[in-house]
Design a protein around this ligand. Structure first.
Ligand code: F6R
Length: 365
């Protein structure tokens, strides 16, 4: 039932404050991640020395964000790979590596094949972050953290992605805490920030009308370039995947620092450049990347908080994103990108919930 919404995708975008709260429920206390959130005592994480994350599509992008969190908070090496690559190559597994899969459906053929291969290779243990409790992936993994997003009907993944990020942040903090890489004060700060996530998502959704207006400018566009730095780079990848899936606009994403190494050649007055601007030490670097684009006549769509001082710059179409703690930025900045791709698809008149050639669950290779 779509309720008041025209499409499932929009209904699911608006469900995010509620389902993120459901994902946090029972996983955090006032000041820490609860030690039983993986179904067993989390002290098993003390022996983790490496993390291998495997997933496909949108779930892969969530894994890419987690790499930044795990290396930053837990100081552990983390690699992220698409399942269809991992399953067919010779993989070197360092001692005491955690095998972590991400999947909304838990039925993605390549991800399941990767898990079966991993069991033969020998890992410390396998953990699945998944939305479907009765899925094959959950059944075959040693440990599970459910995302609790509820059924997702729209083919383009929205609430499944942001709850995966929430579950990954819980996991990253749990690993960091067990590895004693995180002080109790810092853990309490992070957990406290997480608790405010549903309210921040609510606030981000308030830009819906403004973003709908912006989307009209994409009616005749055939290309788009997404830029991000740090954990915002995978969010740029996710924004470009969403746009191409449902509006059929060709979109690419690059780490902003790569611009000069090739993609800058694409920039002209016809090329919209979409950037999620984090409020951190990279802000000034990103601003200079944006100037490179502006100097070549590119149309800049900037999503930033009001203190980033970008709103008054020439040639910039600015949309405000709530100012949040740095750790939450990738999750909160996803919301405007979901809304943008939704409204662009509506303007283009495509089938939002059932894009051509795609299936919700990819159970074949
Ligand atoms: C994109 C999308 C797909 C899935 C991918 C993996 O919006 O939904 O890219 O993320 O097919 O599916 P799961 O997460 O079910 O393994």
């Amino acid at each position: 039932d779509k309720g008041e919404f025209r499409h499932y995708m929009m209904k699911e975008i608006y469900e995010q404050p509620k389902v993120i709260a459901a994902c946090l429920e029972g996983r955090i206390s006032d000041n820490k991640v609860l030690t039983d959130c993986f179904g067993v005592d989390s002290s098993f994480l003390k022996s983790v020395e490496n993390v291998h994350i495997i997933a496909c599509g949108t779930s892969y992008h969530a894994g890419m964000v987690a790499k930044y969190w795990i290396e930053d908070l837990a100081n552990l090496p983390c690699t992220v790979e698409v399942a269809s690559e991992y399953r067919y190559r010779k993989v070197a597994v360092p001692k005491d590596t955690l095998f972590l899969t991400l999947s909304q459906s838990g039925e993605t053929a390549d991800t399941l094949a990767a898990l079966r291969k991993a069991k033969e290779l020998g890992y410390l243990t396998s953990l699945a972050i998944c939305n479907v409790p009765s899925s094959t992936l959950v059944r075959e993994s040693a440990l599970t953290l459910l995302t609790n997003a509820g059924a997702e009907i729209g083919v383009a993944s929205t609430k499944a992605f942001t709850t995966q990020l929430t579950a990954l942040l819980i996991t990253s903090i749990a690993i960091a805490s067990e590895k004693e890489a995180l002080s109790a004060i810092k853990e309490a700060e992070l957990v406290n920030s997480m608790r405010s996530l549903p309210a921040h998502i609510d606030e981000a959704l308030k830009q819906d009308v403004a973003i709908k207006k912006v989307s009209d400018r994409f009616a005749n566009k055939h290309n788009a370039l997404f830029l991000g730095r740090g954990p915002m780079f995978p969010i740029a990848l996710e924004g470009s995947l969403k746009l191409k899936e449902i509006s059929y606009i060709h979109a690419e994403a690059y780490p902003a620092g790569e611009l000069k190494h090739g993609p800058l050649a694409l920039v002209d007055e016809d090329m919209p450049i979409i950037t999620m601007v984090p409020h951190n030490s990279m802000l000034d670097k990103l601003k200079s990347n944006l100037q490179e684009v502006a100097a070549r006549g590119g149309e800049l769509y900037v999503f930033a908080d009001k203190d980033a001082e970008l709103q008054n710059t020439e040639g910039v179409i600015f949309t405000e994103v709530p100012k949040v703690d740095e750790i939450l930025e990738p999750i909160v900045h996803t919301i405007p990108l979901q809304l943008l791709s939704y409204h662009v698809a509506v303007v283009k008149g495509t089938d939002v919930d059932q894009p051509r050639n795609l299936a919700k669950s990819v159970t074949v290779e």
